[in-house]
Design a protein around this ligand. Structure first.
Ligand code: ZN
Length: 315
């Protein structure tokens, strides 16, 4: 059985002190590359899709591909996860089309305005009750993560309060918790060179006993930005992400799930741009998608190694 909920994958990671990447997918090629990387490294895998990605694929296309990928690869545990579900209805739809894991982002109302603690508890608890009856794991969020990702556009953000995190876990019975400690969505994570709030992470880890999730954790490597621009891309200056060393430190302090989306977007687009420059005569989509897949496999393999080995090494 390869199709599982994310609960056991993340409990194993928490107990083993390693990180599991949760990679966002939008199409078949990204999915194939990420699954191939997981097979190469024999890593457990969380494949995730945002509401916008599902809408783009008319829901069932992407869901079918994700489910098929998990069912086809019996040698590794794979969870298929809804990223940033924003209503009870969105959760129900995801479960109906076969997702085994869901995130209910009750930290924002309509993807914009920060909600109150009570509003967040109310929506999250109702999702937990519905999902747990069906064997589906639930990720909640407390605190507001900055930046922009698809339909998530907060008007303001704030760090997670550790006491509130503890109460939230008790009040909702979620299986994992996304926290805000300075990461943000998108390619512009830090205005200055600031590091993550590791002291808050440590405190939260000491107060709760479920896996912790880091959103907006792409590294936006400088070499990738350089290549993107070299092959004709345009990006505002100041694009930056979470250095891999900070992610490894976060893993060693107790983060179990690391969400990666922006890096994948950049890797794939840069590869396709390069392919067009290097082979202007080619016009078969299989050619450039095939090339972008091979580049993405290598990138994800390196992420998987970084997340796994270092968390262990610090054991
Ligand atoms: Zn997120």
């Amino acid at each position: 059985m390869a199709l599982v909920s994310s609960k056991q994958i993340l409990i194993n990671a928490m107990n083993g002190k390693y990180g599991v990447g949760a990679y966002n997918v939008n199409n078949m090629e990204q999915l194939q590359a990420i699954v191939n990387a997981a097979k190469k490294t024999q890593s457990p895998l969380i494949l995730q899709a945002t509401m916008s990605a599902l809408k783009y694929s008319e829901f069932s296309y992407l869901a079918c591909l994700m489910k098929n990928a998990a069912l086809k690869n019996y040698d590794i545990p794979i969870a298929i996860h809804l990223d940033h579900g924003n209503s009870f209805e969105s959760i129900k739809n995801a479960i109906d089309i076969g997702f085994t894991s869901v995130m209910i982002d009750g930290s924002l109302i309509d993807g914009k305005t920060p909600s109150t603690y009570e509003q967040n508890v109310r929506i999250t608890s109702s999702v937990v009750e519905y999902a747990h009856k069906r064997g589906i794991s639930v990720e909640g969020e407390i605190g507001v993560i900055g930046g922009v990702e698809d339909s998530v556009k907060p008007t303001s953000f704030y760090f997670t309060d550790p006491e509130e995190a503890k109460n939230f876990v008790n009040d909702t019975n979620v299986d994992s918790l996304a926290i805000s400690i300075g990461t943000s969505h998108g390619a512009y994570k830090f205005k200055r060179n600031v590091s993550l709030a590791f002291d808050i992470l440590k405190e939260i880890r000491s107060l709760i006993n479920i896996p912790i999730v880091l959103h907006g954790a792409s590294s936006i490597p400088k070499s990738l930005i350089y290549d993107f621009v070299k092959y004709g891309g345009k990006i505002k200056s100041g694009a930056s992400g979470v250095p891999i060393g900070d992610l490894q430190k976060a893993i060693s302090l107790g983060v179990s799930k690391i969400n990666i989306d922006s890096d994948i977007r950049l890797v794939v687009t840069t590869a396709i741009r390069k392919f067009f420059i290097d082979h202007p005569e080619k016009f078969n989509p299989r050619d450039y998608f095939e090339y972008s897949k091979t580049v993405l496999v290598d990138f994800i393999v390196s992420k998987m190694k970084d997340f796994f080995t270092i968390g262990h090494a610090k054991d």
